[in-house]
Design a protein around this ligand. Structure first.
Ligand code: PXL
Length: 266
């Protein structure tokens, strides 16, 4: 099984490709990468970071791959650095996704009900157009709001289900607790434990694990709960071990437990 992860390389901060590559590989899958940008750190909480947009390089990489005849079982796109890049990812899907392959879009836009640095409404609209091409989308509650304009998860899920067969809204806070909302022949939701505070990179750990679980053949409900458990254990460890949250999740030592649960569900 061959997966393509399209995401940035944030050299420090454990998110995007520095998470996708180890997690997807650990699931027993080949994970090729298409870097969208090279940053000294991610943009959440660090100042003075460097940012190199890789638009031109991505095109050259894709042209070379075409000569190799590469095709992917799953393409997973995450942080995209520009509106032009969003358009280019649609092109990548057309050229490199196998017939019957799976396209997963994490519409990385923001957290805590604000946009990440450099993103705005026009970018969110463009991201929505990419979601229309996806089989699965995994917005967090902020991204669900930025894409749909509603904070009501049932209404947001209904809107998203009109454009994508399997929307998944992560970390959805309601009066009854926290849930993952998802669509699988109607609205479903899975309760998830809550840990206070915000944990940078958690969305990337979750989305990468979810892609791995899907490719290993888990049905959506199992893929979501196994990935959510992995994320929860990584967050609990991070709470104890990492004083500064912008350095990301200490997920590495939780990979073994994640794989045991994954294998038990295959
Ligand atoms: O984790 C999402 C993410 C990915 N990549 C970059 C980011 C962020 C969130 O801040 O800045 C560069």
């Amino acid at each position: 099984m061959r997966v393509l992860a399209i995401n940035d390389i944030s050299c420090v901060g454990k998110c995007s490709l520095t998470v996708a590559l180890p997690v997807i590989s650990a699931c027993g899958l080949t994970c090729d990468i298409l870097p969208t940008a090279l940053l000294s750190t991610h943009t959440g909480g660090f100042t003075g970071y460097t940012f190199l947009n890789l638009d031109d390089e991505m095109k050259k990489i894709a042209d070379h791959w075409e000569t190799l005849g590469l095709k992917y079982d799953l393409i997973y796109s995450g942080y995209l650095g520009s509106r032009a890049q969003i358009a280019f990812v649609k092109d990548i899907k057309r050229r490199f996704l196998k017939k019957g392959g799976v396209f997963v879009v994490d519409p990385v836009l923001g957290d805590n009900f604000t946009f990440y640095k450099g993103f705005d409404k026009a970018f969110a609209d463009e991201m929505l157009s990419l979601c229309k091409e996806a089989d699965y989308i995994v917005p967090n509650e902020t991204e669900s709001y930025l894409l749909t304009g509603t904070k009501d998860f049932s209404a947001a899920l209904e809107k998203l289900a009109k454009i994508c067969p399997h929307p998944v809204i992560t970390g959805a806070q309601t009066e009854d607790g926290y849930f993952i909302y998802y669509q699988d022949e109607g609205e479903r939701r899975i309760p998830i434990p809550h840990v206070d505070g915000s944990f940078h990179g958690a969305g990337d750990v979750f989305a990468s694990a979810f892609c791995g679980c899907l490719m290993r053949g888990l049905p959506i409900e199992r893929a979501l709960s196994v990935s959510a458990n992995f994320c929860y254990h990584a967050i609990r460890r991070t709470e104890k071990e990492v004083p500064d949250r912008k350095y990301g999740l200490n997920y590495e030592r939780e990979i073994f437990g994640f794989l045991k649960e994954l294998e038990a569900n295959v």
